[in-house]
Design a protein around this ligand. Structure first.
Ligand SMILES: C[S@@+](CC[C@H](N)C(=O)[O-])C[C@H]1O[C@@H](n2cnc3c(N)ncnc32)[C@H](O)[C@@H]1O
Length: 505
């Protein structure tokens, strides 16, 4: 999985918060999307249900559909409302869950939470708890809720894949989901550009309908069922909005889905998950050499490329499939992405800048053990790498730099709390292995597994290998990476990288 963690992502979240602060604090203000009681009735809320709620909850309603048409909430349920806003859905969910049930109402925007707290008090709803936070990192334990409801929110979330994984994580096995959100009839063309303000306002961030529902299926949800569609933007105030929405076929959908009863039923395990299981079974007891070889093949062979492709796909889903209205703003030069495999917990950081790209994927200590034990390293030597350093699968590419590039890993720097240090390079390790009498064949295997120290890349060239960092497991750092292009020095920073831990979950 992919999170856009550059300034742009922060800008999107800030724009979203600004917009919904307005909706909370100035509900009578004419927004270019439908709000309030009129909007709620328009999208299908029965007037009698709205009559039973505090008017201040409904006046800041900004949903796009009637998720309760999917009807997944049962008496006694613990429910999570993601992006609860001023509380229309949280209050309705609390009625359905009853006093034996409970509703967590999560929202990013402080003004919405403040308003929600007043509305909960006005309704006397003792079974709602407000949570401050982001859908990309839900502040609830694994498998803690029976049902999730959300209305008009995921199209605003920069990293939808991560949010969907979070929903899967917090749902109990067999847990249910109902969502109303914006989808598109056709994908966005290359002309669509990023604009944080527009992201917050409109159709923005929306995904083509089939791709949207497939994201849920790919993440592991079952019984993903479309319930209804609604031509939401036909009721937008601005003509431009209506025209653009019409062009892309932007509309509201309501659907339901379930988390499978047993995790294994969620479909074929991802490559990374298989890697972890293989590595654990091999590396856990250091006995099954066959298993260790299988683990090492899975770790460093083709499956890594497969996960690269899915990371890029996720980037496109999260970044490229955005529909913006009005102003077109140039994309920033560097774009950084962060993904977490939902099954294995393995994290990847990726950046594309100035015609090159760099990707680091955590290699777990057990994966390192499995790989090197199978190649003739002793257990003690392997521990120096597995637990005494951080190891990342690394891919560096000359995507389209103006010409050939050169680089030397000796120039790259790990930056932690203002302190800089070099990477631990192949020759550093080889000195150690020679001192310890590691067999030549094992040292050769080590050499080929590590990312070569010096390189010349023509356009389109790339390589994959391990890079190592003399840091404790779990450390966070920025990586300043450097290359030369036509004799000129270039550099960029991959920020917020985290070393693997013994157990990622
Ligand atoms: C379109 S409004 C819908 C509010 C509410 N569901 C309703 O139907 O009235 C979107 C809400 O989601 C919240 N939100 C947006 N992005 C979020 C995120 N990444 N995490 C949590 N809440 C978010 C906003 O603050 C806002 O209150």
């Amino acid at each position: 999985m992919v999170a856009i963690v550059s300034n742009k992502r922060e800008a999107i979240l800030k724009a979203v918060e600004d917009m919904y602060t307005e909706v909370a604090d100035r509900p009578a203000h004419p927004f270019h999307f439908p709000t309030g009681r009129r909007a709620a009735e328009l999208v299908g809320y029965p007037p009698a249900e709205l009559d039973a709620l505090p008017p201040a909850a409904v006046e800041s309603f900004a949903g796009v559909g009637y998720p309760f048409a999917a009807d997944v909430i049962r008496a006694g349920d613990t429910v999570l409302d993601i992006g609860s806003g001023s509380g229309t859905d949280a209050l309705l969910a609390a009625r359905r869950a009853g006093l034996k049930g409970k509703v967590y109402a999560l929202d990013l925007t402080a003004a919405m939470r403040t308003k929600l707290a007043r509305n909960i008090a006005a309704a006397g709803a003792a079974n709602i708890e407000i949570l401050a936070g982001n859908a990309e990192q839900i502040p609830l334990p694994d498998q803690s809720v029976d049902a999730v409801t959300s209305n008009g929110v995921l199209n605003l979330v920069p990293d939808k894949t991560r949010a969907i994984r979070e929903i899967l994580r917090v749902l109990k096995p067999g847990g249910r989901l109902q969502i109303s959100d914006i989808a598109l009839a056709k994908p966005i063309t290359g002309k669509a550009k990023r604009d944080p303000k527009l992201w917050a306002e409109c159709i923005v961030g929306a995904v083509e309908e089939d791709a949207y529902l497939d994201l849920f299926r790919e993440t592991g949800f079952k019984h993903v069922e479309h319930v209804s569609s609604f031509d939401y933007f036909a009721h937008a105030r601005g003509e431009d909005t209506r025209l653009m929405a019409g062009y892309f076929g932007a509309h509201a959908i309501t659907f339901r889905a379930r988390r499978p009863e047993a995790f294994e039923q969620a479909g074929a395990p991802s490559d990374d998950a298989a890697i972890v299981r293989l590595a654990r079974s091999a590396g856990g007891q250091f006995a099954g050499i066959g298993g260790a070889i299988a683990a090492s093949t899975a770790c460093f062979g083709a499956p890594v490329l497969v996960s690269a492709a899915s990371a890029v796909g996720a980037l496109m889903r999260n970044g490229m499939f955005c529909l913006f209205l009005g102003t077109v703003v140039a994309a920033p030069a560097a774009e950084q992405a962060h993904t977490t495999n939902p099954e294995s917990g393995i994290e990847t950081w990726e950046i594309a800048t100035q015609g090159v790209s760099l990707r680091l994927t955590q290699i777990l200590p057990d994966q390192v053990r499995g790989f090197y034990l199978a190649r003739g390293f002793g257990a003690e030597a392997v521990e120096l790498l597995a637990a005494g350093a951080c190891v990342f699968q690394t891919v560096f590419r000359n995507e389209s730099a103006p010409g050939a590039i050169e680089f030397n890993l000796a120039d790259w720097r790990i930056v932690t709390a203002g302190r800089e240090q070099p990477l631990k390079l192949e020759h550093d390790w080889q000195k150690e292995w020679a001192k310890r009498g590691i067999p030549a064949s094992a040292r050769m295997a080590f050499r080929y597994a590590l990312y070569p120290t010096e390189h010349h890349y023509d356009i389109g060239d790339w390589n994959m290998g391990m890079t190592t960092y003399a840091l404790p497991l779990g450390s966070r750092f920025d990586l300043r990476f450097v290359w030369r292009e036509g004799g000129k020095r270039r550099e960029a920073v991959l920020s917020g990288v985290r070393c693997a831990t013994e157990s990622p979950r």
